[in-house]
Every structure is written in C-alpha cells, then in structure tokens.
Design a binder for this molecule. Structure first.
Ligand code: ADP
Length: 200
C-alpha cells in the first residue's frame, strides 16, 4: 500500500497552494472536497438516499443536488446535519480509499480541510498541517472567494481550532510569508516523505 500523507489546514491556510506544489513534484493528490462533490452527483446512490431522507426539495429541476437549500437547512438543524453526514461520510470515505489505492506516485496525498474532524487522518500514515493566523486566513480566503469576512469567520468557527490541530499533526508548516517561503519549507518535507515511502 502506498504511503499516504494527510494534508490539512483551515480555510485560506494554503492547502491548495501546498498540494499544487506537491503535484508539480509528481505526487498524486486526492482532494476530499472534490470527492464530497462527486459522491452526490446524480448518478451516485448517496443522492438518492439524501432525497429519501429529506424530500424532493433537495433536488433542482435538472436532478442535481440543491446545495444551497440543503446547506441552509442543516445550518439551522444539527440533527439534519447528522442525518446528512451519516449518508455522505461513508460514501466519501469509500471513494477516498479507492482513489488512494489506485495512486501510482511514490507517495500519495489526501488533502482535506476536515482531516482530523472527520477522522480521515485514520486513512493516512503521516499528517502535515498548513498553518496560518486567523487574520491571514480571512485575508486570503476573502480575496480568493469574494466571501465576506463574517462568512469566513463562521467557517473557521466550525473547524477545529488551530492550536488543537498543531497538537495532532506530525509536521507543521507556517504559511506566513510569500509563496516561495511556503515552497522552501515543503521541499525538505517532500524528500522526507519520499524516504518514508521507500521504507514503507
Ligand atoms: P486553502 O486551500 O487552504 O483554503 P489556498 O491554498 O486556496 O487555501 O490559499 C488561499 C488563497 O491565498 C489562494 O488565492 C492562494 O493563492 C493564496 N495564498 C496561499 N498562500 C499564500 C502565500 N504564502 N502568499 C500569498 N498568497 C497565498
């Protein structure tokens, strides 16, 4: 089984910037956010289960999931969130496992904003936290998405606090400078992971 690196960090911390760099080094990346969208596509069983659970209003006229309506629904109702996650999380996990198993690069990365929160780190051999101050997270995420500061703060609040993630992660990169500073910190880690991968 290929050595799996779990890469995580809060919104706007620089996960994508880091995983793009690893991809340029030839390392395959499985993105939990992309998998989460794939498992609720119209051809997938999870979408049917969501419709059974919540009703037809969860579907748009074209048969796709009405993400906005469902997001608003679960935001107000924690029980509904749990019911949704009971459907989506196992489907996401299954698909992640399959994609990790299919990887052919020297090691493979699972990038997930909720790596620890959803126990996806259990699927990895080693974890790397991309860390940034809340102020930088807000600044970068608002520039990237045009989302207002309040929305980004809400997302930060439901994610595990930085300090908690720092305690759990095997490696930490503080992304508090230019992108070159980020890449310079990633380079020795990449060499370390290649060495780990050869041994495993
Ligand atoms: P995440 O995937 O963790 O939400 P991103 O990697 O998308 O975060 O980074 C958020 C935004 O900030 C992106 O537009 C990215 O290009 C930019 N960014 C990330 N790190 C840096 C950095 N060190 N310097 C400047 N911009 C950065």
């Amino acid at each position: 089984m290929t050595f799996v690196l779990g890469l995580t960090g809060g919104i706007g911390s620089g996960k994508s910037a880091a995983s793009n760099w690893f991809e340029l080094q030839g390392i395959q990346v499985v993105d939990a956010d992309i998998v989460a969208r794939e498992v609720v596509e119209p051809s997938q069983p999870a979408l049917n289960q969501i419709q059974q659970q919540f009703g037809d209003w969860v579907l748009l006229a074209n048969g796709e999931l009405n993400r906005r309506a469902l997001r608003e629904h679960i935001f107000k109702d924690p029980t509904a969130r749990q019911a949704l996650e009971a459907i989506t999380h196992p489907a996401i996990r299954q698909s992640i496992i399959q994609q990790l198993n299919e990887a052919t690069s020297p090691y493979v990365i699972l990038v997930s904003p909720l790596l620890f929160e959803t126990n996806q780190h259990e699927l990895t051999n080693h974890t790397l936290l991309i860390d940034a101050t809340e102020q930088l997270q807000i600044q970068r995420a608002s520039q990237r998405d045009g989302q207002n500061i309040e929305q980004i703060q809400k997302i930060i609040q439901v994610q595990m606090p930085r300090q908690e993630k720092q305690k759990i992660a095997d490696d930490i990169v503080l992304n508090d400078g230019h992108l070159d500073h980020l890449y310079a910190q990633l380079r020795p880690l990449h060499l370390k992971y290649l060495a780990h991968a050869e041994k495993s």
